[in-house]
Write a protein that binds this ligand. Structure first.
Ligand SMILES: NC(=O)C1=CN([C@@H]2O[C@H](COP(=O)(O)OP(=O)(O)OC[C@H]3O[C@@H](n4cnc5c(N)ncnc54)[C@H](OP(=O)(O)O)[C@@H]3O)[C@@H](O)[C@H]2O)C=CC1
Ligand SMILES: CC(C)(CO)C(=O)C(=O)O
Length: 299
């Protein structure tokens, strides 16, 4: 299959390498530097004990996208700029969006494409250079239909499926995104603000208290009280399995990049406002992270 991947960041590079084993992949980048680098040197995928070089064709994302399936791997806040480009992709080409959070749903409503899929990536990936990516955590990519028919979704999943890079279908995109949103909203802003590793949220009793307070507000806003124990157990388990890692939000802050706070806590804060709920911890986290993002412009 001809697969286009838009966004040469950590996830775009990772998916390009794996999917190019069975498919003809084109990676659409924002800069000519990255395009030239990838066309000359390929993409290097670093795994735990090995390193693999894949020859992948790269183009600028402003060039015409002519593939049978397009994966969108930019961050949620890049999407407004990308919409005119996505709009030019023929309506029958399925699009798969792989953003964290739920902020991107607003943009999808207006899109004309017949098949729009949403994905949640449970892998960890780190872009080391313009043409090198490290696979830092092995997981599954969950995929659900936002718009379109189930058979198309099944066919795409079967085409992408690899034993060493698995895909799973989820029946309900909203539930799938909410499960990830709860985890990201609980872990990311706290670790970014406190500048701690994910595991510190469990090992430090004071931080654990904060985690519980934030979690209470999240489940209140999302009306998940009945599933409280299951959701909290999953947060604890992710803090344990990634105990030595820095969350993506902390990494963004440390590297002076914009964060995904809008698509994660911003979404919850807006929902709370509509539902007339008071969420002081989430409000505090939202404003603090926004302030930290803003600070970088002064430096
Ligand atoms: N990394 C991870 O381990 C995980 C990430 N995710 C989610 O996946 C999404 C992508 O994350 P990640 O890959 O880490 O983010 P990165 O910041 O590494 O990559 C985003 C890429 O999008 C590119 N981009 C932005 N605008 C355009 C454009 N107009 N045309 C082409 N490319 C563009 C950027 O280019 P440039 O560099 O030139 O600015 C950048 O390379 C996020 O929503 C994240 O939360 C989910 C799970 C795990
Ligand atoms: C699961 C978690 C919190 C792992 O760090 C993550 O997805 C992130 O950092 O964005």
């Amino acid at each position: 299959m001809k697969i286009g991947i838009i966004g040469g960041g950590s996830i775009g590079l990772l998916f390009s390498c794996y999917l190019s084993e069975n498919h003809q992949v084109t990676l659409y980048c924002r800069t000519i530097n990255q395009v030239n680098m990838i066309n000359q040197c390929g993409i290097t995928l670093q795994k735990k004990d090995s390193s693999i070089l894949s020859n992948i064709h790269a183009k600028l994302s402003t060039e015409r996208v002519a593939d049978e399936l397009v994966l969108v791997t930019v961050k949620q806040y890049h999407l407004p700029e990308l919409l005119p480009i996505l709009d030019k992709i023929p309506q029958h080409i399925p699009l798969l969006f792989l953003q964290n959070g739920m902020g991107h749903l607003d943009y999808l409503q207006k899109m004309k494409h017949d098949n729009i899929l949403l994905g949640v990536v449970e892998h960890g990936a780190l872009k080391i250079s313009l043409s090198t990516v490290k696979h830092t955590g092995f997981g599954t990519t969950r995929v659900a239909a936002y718009k379109g028919d189930m058979q198309k979704l099944m066919a795409i999943k079967n085409t992408l499926q690899m034993s060493n890079f698995p895909f799973e279908i989820e029946a309900n995109y909203n539930e799938m995104l909410i499960r990830k949103l709860v985890v990201n909203a609980a872990i990311n802003p706290l670790t970014a603000l406190l500048r701690i590793k994910n595991g510190d949220l469990l090992s430090n009793n004071y931080y654990f208290e904060l985690l519980k307070e934030v979690f209470q507000e999240i489940i209140q806003v999302l009306c998940l009280q009945e599933l409280e124990d299951t959701y909290f157990a999953s947060i604890v388990s992710i803090c344990q399995s990634t105990s030595n890692n820095y969350s993506s939000m902390l990494k963004d802050i440390l590297e002076h990049r914009q964060t995904e706070i809008e698509g994660i806590v911003g979404v919850l804060r807006n929902k709370a406002e509509i539902q007339k709920q008071s969420v002081p911890f989430l409000q505090f986290l939202y404003t603090s992270i926004k302030g930290m993002e803003y600070k970088r412009w002064d430096e």
